[in-house]
Design a protein around this ligand. Sequence first.
Ligand SMILES: [Zn+2]
Length: 78
Amino acid sequence: MKVTYICDCCGVTIDNLEDPRLNEEKLGINTLTPEEREDIIKYDDNNGLIIYSLCDQCGEEMGFDDSRLEYIKPPELH
Ligand SMILES: [Zn+2]
């Protein structure tokens, strides 16, 4: 599964993931409502799944911090 994270605020590519282990649960998108999915998830033939999120800088500027997960972050693949 190929996933690209793009900052919804400044448009920068946050992360590119390509891993067969990835699934909706790992990405944290399985709990989204249909409306939220429509809002932040797109599908592109070249880039695979595109998830609109916030880069660290924009997240900081908007007052999010690590303790409040209010946007979808790329999963840690270890
Ligand atoms: Zn940004």
